[in-house]
Design a protein around this ligand. Structure first.
Ligand code: GLY
Length: 308
């Protein structure tokens, strides 16, 4: 059964991917095409052009692609001046012996593969970033910026209003191939060079067509510590139901007592056609998009909320 699951902010590209799946397109290609539309949509304020910069006011994008049938992975992290980075992650998967490129090397590879040098900082993101920074810095820091120590600002400037959101697409095509594609601009005002979980296979995403697929949004600092997406697919392999596999992953997250702790949203599907989306300790109601080939149209549904 063809299926597609994505976070609520996937709206600019969800129908594109559904249409391509309906036409018989390969899952990964269909999802990369859809997520590229999300990355270029300025109204989506967590991914691509509409996203938030790092502490220096520079955009650094993360993305990942996994083919659940071959378990091939392509990922990019902290990539400047490039859209769509999910397509760049796909290029890494197809054209290099590596799994992940970051920073300047990822940008160099983007040029080799024909990606333009894009202007990726939205004027509104630049304005909000600078206003926020000005509030936190002393006059001496402001005068010396950016030649100041950024680490002391790192905790103060954490902005829970600018969510650590991500766009995730999890799909199954007509050949029963499961796959996952992720993309994000990461945590607003992050320390330069910070990678979230979106490019980290096993943490922010994982797929194995025999068992299932999972992808996470929000606090990558937690899912990287727990290997959340891989935990879910491994639990499915060991015979657990989808509900039990997700519950186990939530339990592991809840066992974390130190470090930066906040909300995580888990999106998961199994190879039998079940899906589940769980909102672990996010204050807001979390929604997600779901479609399968029995449905006339995609539906925006509410995730199951779990508090610690
Ligand atoms: N989950 C997205 C991030 O941590 O950047």
């Amino acid at each position: 059964m063809k299926m597609l699951l994505a976070n609520a902010e996937a709206w600019p590209g969800f129908d594109t991917t559904v249409d391509l799946l309906k036409q018989g397109g390969a899952g990964i290609d269909a999802m990369v095409s859809g997520i590229a539309r999300v990355e270029r949509e300025a109204k989506v304020r967590s991914v691509g052009y509409g996203g938030w910069p790092n502490m220096l006011g520079e955009m650094e994008f993360d993305a990942g692609v996994m083919d659940g049938t071959t378990r091939d992975v392509g990922a990019v992290g902290a990539v400047p001046a490039t859209l769509p980075v999910s397509a760049l992650a796909h290029e890494v998967m197809k054209h290099l012996p590596h799994v992940m490129l970051t920073g300047a090397g990822a940008r160099r590879f983007a040029s080799e593969r024909g990606f333009a040098l894009d202007e990726v900082l939205h004027p509104d993101s630049k304005r909000v970033w600078w206003e926020r920074l000005q509030k936190e810095m002393s006059p001496e820091q402001l005068a010396a910026f950016p030649d100041i120590a950024l680490a002391p600002l790192s905790n103060a400037i954490t902005d829970p209003e600018r969510v650590r959101d991500t766009t995730v697409f999890l799909g199954r095509d007509g050949g029963d191939n499961l796959g996952v594609v992720t993309s994000t601009s990461g945590w607003a005002w992050k320390y330069p060079g910070r990678l979230g979980d979106s490019p980290i296979p096993g943490a922010g995403f994982y797929a194995d067509s025999r068992y299932g697929a999972a992808a996470c949004t929000h606090t990558g600092e937690m899912t990287m510590r727990c290997g959340t997406s891989r935990s879910i697919v491994l639990a499915l392999r060991l015979g657990h139901s989808l509900a039990d596999a997700v519950e186990l992953a939530v339990q592991e997250l809840s066992e974390l007592k130190t470090g930066f702790l906040a909300g995580v949203v888990i999106h998961a599907m199994d190879a039998k056609g079940n899906h589940q989306v769980v909102n672990y300790r996010c204050d807001d109601e979390i929604r997600y998009w779901y479609w399968d080939e029995r449905m006339a149209a995609p539906e925006l549904r509410v995730a199951t909320a779990i508090q610690p």
